[in-house]
Design a protein around this ligand. Structure first.
Ligand code: UD1
Ligand code: CA
Length: 498
């Protein structure tokens, strides 16, 4: 068995076409969603298979579609616009699916890689090793195999007395002796296009499922003395298929373990691998620290020295060097170097925190730029805004950005102090160095350096409690404090005076 090549190394001679078999119903998933569109680690199963085949740089990538074809075609257009869907109108088996694919490229010659669409753990390295094994053996049909503990449900690899591969027998059609074999068919093959066309055209359906099995292509070739081969996968996990939701969960776990292993080897601290989930598309730099309960999804990146979690989800987010995100949910946002977020905050798309900025507890942000060292420490909603540097947004401030029809922008200048419980009714500008008084509803611009006050003056009605709530604990407390109930109309005003 040949060693896996470096992922990405183009095998000598190259592959003429990749055929992904993805037309099956996936009945065992019990889902309205076609099986190959179920996701794990940030990609669909089909997306993982296509990513593994990409380094082969085949001229054609054909995806056989059938069950749920509209959804599969739509997905393909998004994730692999270069791939060509080929319709298998009736699902008459994997052999029939392969024949339909080859019929779509009648001129095609040379080696073709065929792969089940439900093998999300396949790696480019394993495929490269298969292609290389095929080439080295001068084979016309080569099957990827694996030795597994429990071969239930899988096709068995039948070898002759000299160890040469003779046939693939499906479990339902196998004898007891054949069932005892633990070397199984991974559902990945390399075959010469012309040979495969010929042998597929002669496939029978006299099996337990009444289908044309791609696996039945091997035995007639072997019997006829054609060179056939089997390549064992270096990592048996690579070839595991996914037929139901329990297998999906198991594959997801394996994939995640691989991602975390790679991160830890590269110098990332993962405090609790069991509760940390990182998509294959996310990146984490060495010396970043992932606390328990962290989910990194999509294109998320975490820079060195950053601390994420516990209990934090980042989706398409960029976290800068030395930043902290604690118990928060961050979507499509940038957290600048040494910025801090959380606990319990929700950063929505378009949030950009500059270096050293702070979004504290129970804050929601959306489409906002927060300048260097500015702070939104507590209990605020900040939407559609630009905040300069060194500003402080007082507790419970709301950026009132929506008038019921359109969204409007708020501009807060450098070194501004927004008082607690301020409503900033957009569109509005608070100039550099300006203040707003706590509890203000700011509807017009506050010039630089001014104090914006927009609230009613306070009036104290003396003796009110003694008169209107006699006999209560409050009245007794007031009396004890010396309240004689005098009718003075003392007006106390707490605003900053000019
Ligand atoms: C298949 C193999 C089995 C192997 C296993 C590995 C066959 C007959 N058996 O079994 O030897 O051990 O994979 O996981 O191939 N498909 C179509 N059109 C069809 C039927 C199937 O495109 O008409 C596609 C499916 O979408 C799937 C693939 O072919 O991606 C294999 O079909 P599936 O039903 O999953 O075969 P298994 O029983 O898993
Ligand atoms: Ca399968």
């Amino acid at each position: 068995m040949s060693e896996p090549l470096q992922p990405g190394a183009a095998p000598e001679g190259g592959i003429a076409a990749v055929v992904v078999l993805a037309a099956g119903q996936g009945t065992r998933m019990r889902s309205a969603l076609p099986k190959v569109l179920h996701a794990l680690g940030g990609r669909s199963m089909l997306g993982h298979v296509l990513a593994a085949t990409e380094p082969l740089a085949a001229r054609h990538t054909l995806v056989v579609v059938g069950a749920g074809r509209e959804a599969v075609e739509e997905h393909l257009a998004q994730v692999a616009p270069g791939a060509q869907p080929v319709l298998q109108a009736e699902q008459r088996g994997s052999g029939h699916a392969a024949a339909v694919a080859l019929a779509a490229v009648p001129e095609l010659e040379g080696p073709v890689l065929l792969v089940n669409g439900d093998a999300p753990l396949l790696t480019a390295g394993t495929l490269a090793a298969l292609v290389e094994g095929h080439r080295a053996a001068g084979s016309v049909f080569t099957v990827l195999t694996s030795e597994v503990g429990d071969p239930t449900g899988l096709g068995r690899i039948i070898r002759g007395p000299g160890g040469e591969v003779r046939a693939i027998v499906e479990e339902r059609d196998a004898t007891d002796e054949q069932r005892a074999v633990r070397e199984v068919n991974a559902g990945v093959y390399v075959a010469n296009a012309a040979t495969l066309r010929r042998v597929l055209s002669g496939l029978a359906t006299d099996n337990a499922q009444g289908e044309q099995y791609l696996t039945d292509a091997l035995a007639p070739l072997a019997d006829g003395g054609a060179p056939v081969a089997a390549v064992r996968a270096a990592d048996p996990d690579d070839v595991l298929g996914c037929n139901d939701r329990r297998e999906l969960a198991a594959r997801r776990r394996t994939l995640n373990d691989r991602v975390l292993d790679e991160l830890m080897r590269a110098g990332v601290t993962v405090v609790d691998p069991a509760t940390t989930w990182v998509d294959v598309t996310a990146t984490v730099a060495p010396d970043a620290l992932l606390e328990p309960g962290v989910h990194l999804r999509g294109t998320t990146s975490v820079a060195t020295g950053a601390v994420v979690g516990p209990d934090t989800t980042l989706v398409d987010a960029a976290v800068g060097e030395g930043a902290t995100v604690l118990r928060s949910h961050v979507l499509g946002s940038e957290v600048g170097p040494h910025a801090t977020v959380g606990p319990f905050s929700y950063l929505r798309p378009g949030t950009r925190l500059a270096a050293g900025a702070k979004v504290g507890a129970f804050v929601e942000t959306k489409n906002v730029q927060v300048g260097e060292d500015s702070k939104v420490p507590h209990l605020s909603y900040v939407g559609d805004a630009t905040i300069g540097r060194g500003a402080n947004i007082g507790a419970a401030t709301v950026f009132v950005n929506y008038d019921g029809v359109a969204k409007h922008h708020t501009h807060v200048g450098d070194h501004v102090r927004i008082g607690s419980d301020t409503m900033l009714v957009a569109p509005v500008t608070v100039g550099d160095g300006a203040y707003t008084a706590a509890g203000s509803v700011i509807t017009t611009d506050v010039p630089p350096g001014a104090m914006g006050v927009a609230r009613a003056r306070q009036r104290n009605v003396a003796g009110w409690v003694r008169r209107r709530r006699p006999g209560t604990a409050a009245a007794r407390a007031a009396e004890a404090a010396g309240d004689a109930g005098a009718e003075t109309a003392a007006d106390t005003h707490a605003d900053a005076s000019e």
